[in-house]
Design a binder for this molecule. Structure first.
Ligand SMILES: *Cc1c(COP(=O)(O)O)cnc(C)c1O
Length: 236
């Protein structure tokens, strides 16, 4: 029994190494500094023990989608200096646990949610790092706001002292077509550049998952959100 558990630990550590290696290679290919690309391990549906294993393999940033599950793991692992990122769908009545337990939110798409996070952020914590989620592939089912609305939301959010606007995030449509993937990432990167030309100082592009990480890095990702390639396939 303990043997299969050890194999699992080694497995996660090996996969983290492999993902880091892929990040380095994709960075080299596009002439980027690998240090500018951060690995966010997406641990949704995974037990706290897996997160601990990844932590001991050097991983520090973890992303969670489902609040109740996330809070349980955050409490179980509170002794470890982990940086927690909320990457799930936001709901108005559930902003407080996000404000109190996370360092980052990648999925902000409304001023209402931003104001609640701003008000609910505990005073002893630094401002919440936030990315605006953009519906870059114009899919009805996806969260995020349309590209045309981003500048106005960014302007309003930037006035809130409890929030530090860092950049943009997207989950492009699922497709095997590399050029469609690339276009979506390039569009998000272009949007970030436009905002910075207008005076924003944004340093984060949260884009790229297990299936499209390399292309996202080639197009400028600074945070890749990786679940399956580290922890294996999730139960459906
Ligand atoms: C689940 C999830 C990921 C990780 O996806 P994988 O394909 O398992 O790497 C990344 N980002 C978000 C927002 C997710 O919900």
């Amino acid at each position: 029994m303990s043997q299969s558990k050890q194999a699992g630990s080694r497995d996660i550590a090996d996969k983290i190494d492999a993902v880091r290696h892929s990040i380095d290679q994709a960075a080299a290919k596009s002439g980027r500094n690998p240090a500018d690309i951060h690995l966010l391990a997406v641990s949704k549906t995974r037990p706290a023990a897996d997160i601990e294993t990844a932590f001991h393999a050097g991983q520090r940033d973890f992303g969670e989608n489902y609040l109740q599950e996330a809070i349980e793991k955050i409490q179980a692992l509170q002794e470890l200096p982990i940086t927690w990122h909320f990457i799930g769908r936001m709901q108005s009545n559930k902003t407080r646990p996000i404000a109190e337990n996370f360092s980052w939110v990648h999925t902000l798409s409304s001023l209402k949610h931003a104001r609640r996070i701003n008000e609910q952020r505990p005073e002893n914590l630094p401002a919440m790092n936030v990315c605006i989620q953009v519906n870059i592939s114009h899919e009805d089912s996806k969260g995020g706001i349309n590209s045309e609305q981003v500048e106005q939301l960014a302007t309003e959010i930037s006035k809130l002292p409890g929030i530090r606007l860092r950049g943009l995030m997207a989950i492009p449509e699922a497709t095997e077509n590399r050029e469609v993937q690339r276009k979506a990432f390039a569009n998000l990167a272009g949007l970030l550049s436009q905002l910075n030309l207008k005076g924003f100082e944004l340093d984060t592009l949260s884009m790229g998952m297990s299936g499209d990480m390399e292309i996202a890095i080639e197009e400028g990702a600074t945070i890749v959100r990786i679940g399956t390639a580290i922890f294996g396939a999730r139960a459906p």
